[in-house]
Design a protein around this ligand. Structure first.
Ligand code: PFF
Length: 532
């Protein structure tokens, strides 16, 4: 496929479009760069032996992250729809896979907002260093007013609730403004802003006493850890979460690109841009931790409390309180979390809203407002209470650790193994892109699927046998396995509802003939582009 096939058909679908390639790249980076980069990556790196993590991480990026990103982009771009519509065009019976992804996005939106809400509060707390005296107690007792783990309470916590509602209002407004005026603008302003604020933060962190020891801890390789499968699983998990892969988000974003668009080269920009930011965040966080270790007179490896929530809301405030100019540092850190989080949150909700528009023919604005309001209400009821943190912990574990792996395998299995679209997708990418993936790409995707399948089995067995973090069995049954049941129910039930538009009114381009392939038995549209 050295030549681009001529003439994309005049489009009669009223799909929204990015204003150009840069807008797409910024939006995709906006989705990828999120809480996962700033707080999850350093925590994962730390838990998995610091320097030991970098090698598996880079290998995971090259062998799984980039190949799956290409796959999702190819499906979205070729079949021009949200996850359910695009998967339905891959094969009639694959629609449910798309709904599974949409349901995960819906669930994630419910609690991702909550963390952004906390960051909003901490942004303001930073100016007076309200949390300085005893950050751990402040976070659990004064701020979250935590109840008992493994219980359900409907006592709302105003300090959590008010910022949460504010985040929802902002989110709904941005979504309702539409792809171009809302989502795109947020990213075009937000991503450069984020890079600047976070850049200042990292430079400041590097000037702290002990910073060098911290950074050294991140980059000193520990080759023995490469023999530990857990380190590899963590690296692959981090790459998936961080690149927003297998959520149907990258698929949806690619569906808003024009037909004649280079897919792979911008994909590489997104993947390397995301990882660069991640490593930048790692440097900033580890430099800061180096300072903390220096203050306490211990080694970086002996610090405690460095995973997600604790890292951002307890350890960082501890450092901020001890550092000259802590107020500004705190505001920059939590402000960055808010911006990074918001651009990711918007992407998951857009994936849900887009699916409902496609299925029910809803107007983008109506769909955005409906999704926003329903999510906001559920999010407030579930997570605005004294037990919200525990619910978040459990729902995240099941949807993000288990659901996402299942969703990724299902997407690959449906499109490549059952519908036999391997050559079509590979040739599609090659026909429209400057960088042309070959057979090697397909081999990688297939191997990754097998790897993910084994991760899924292993994770499920562990959760069944050992439970999770000591929560009572009934709690995990209802909120953990219940989450998975909800995802499955969505995947099974939604395809039963009727499409409110004629999905066969669709031109595929380049046609299979242009790609040198025979007709596909599952195609429901005219191969030559004439609607049936
Ligand atoms: N990639 C985001 C992060 O690193 O925080 C999280 C995320 C956003 C995951 C969007 C999934 C998603 F669809």
């Amino acid at each position: 496929m050295s030549e681009q096939p001529a003439t994309p058909p005049g489009t009669h679908e009223k799909r929204e479009h990015w204003s150009g390639q840069t807008a797409f790249i910024l939006a995709a980076i906006g989705s990828a760069v999120g809480l996962g980069n700033i707080w999850r990556f350093p925590g994962q790196a730390y838990e998995n032996g610091g320097g030991a993590f970098m090698i598996p991480y880079v290998i995971a990026l090259l062998t799984a992250g980039i190949p799956i990103l290409f796959l999702e982009n190819a499906i979205g771009h070729r079949f021009r729809g949200s996850a359910p519509l695009a998967m339905r065009r891959v094969a009639r019976r694959a629609e449910g896979v798309g709904w599974f992804h949409v349901a995960i996005c819906f669930v994630i939106g419910l609690y991702y907002t909550v963390i952004i809400g906390w960051a909003v509060s901490y942004f303001f707390f930073s100016f007076n260093l309200d949390y300085a005296e005893d950050p751990a107690t402040f976070f659990a007792r004064d701020f979250l007013q935590l109840g008992e783990p493994g219980t359900v309470s409907l006592t709302f916590v105003p300090s959590v609730l008010i910022p949460l509602v504010a985040v929802w209002v902002v989110t709904i407004v941005i979504l309702a403004l539409g792809l171009h005026n809302g989502v795109e603008r947020l990213n075009v302003v937000g991503i450069p802003l984020l890079v600047v604020t976070f850049g200042i933060l990292v430079v400041r962190a590097l000037m702290l006493d002990g910073a060098a020891e911290g950074v050294e801890a991140l980059f000193t390789p520990d080759f023995s850890a490469l023999r530990d499968p857990q380190v590899w699983i963590a690296a692959y998990g981090q790459v998936f979460f961080s690149l927003s892969l297998a959520y149907g988000v990258m698929l949806t974003y690619a569906s808003y690109r024009r037909r004649r668009s280079n897919i792979t080269a911008p994909g590489l920009v997104v993947a390397f841009g995301n990882s660069s930011f991640e490593i930048l965040a790692g440097v900033g966080v580890f430099a800061t931790l180096g300072f903390l270790a220096h203050q306490q007179g211990i080694a970086v490896a002996d610090l405690e409390g460095l995973t997600g929530v604790q890292l951002s809301f307890i350890t960082f405030p501890t450092v901020i309180a001890q550092m000259p100019g802590g107020q500004i540092f705190g505001a920059l850190f939590f402000g960055s979390l808010v911006v990074a989080g918001l651009t990711s949150l918007i992407s998951v909700l857009q994936a849900v809203s887009s699916a409902l528009q496609d299925k029910f023919g809803w107007h983008p604005r109506g769909s955005a407002v409906a999704v926003g309001i329903v999510s906001a209400v559920l999010s407030v009821i579930g997570f605005g209470t004294t037990t919200g943190l525990f619910l978040l912990d459990v729902v995240d574990q099941w949807s993000n650790q288990l659901g996402i792996v299942a969703g990724a395998v299902a997407m690959i299995a449906a499109s490549l193994w059952f519908a036999g679209r391997s050559s079509e997708l590979q040739r599609h990418l090659a026909a429209v892109s400057t960088l042309r993936p070959g057979r090697g790409w397909l081999i990688l995707v297939n191997v990754v699927a097998l790897l993910l399948l084994s991760m899924f089995v292993q994770k499920t067995t562990t959760l069944i046998n050992d439970g999770y973090e000591g929560y009572p069995g009934w709690y995990l049954a209802v909120f953990g396995w219940g989450t998975l049941a909800f995802l499955l129910a969505a995947a099974l039930a939604m395809p039963l509802l009727r499409w409110r538009r004629n999905i066969a009114r669709f031109h595929v381009w380049p046609t299979r003939a242009q790609l040198g392939l025979p007709d596909h038995p599952h195609d429901e549209y005219e191969p030559e582009g004439r609607p049936r």
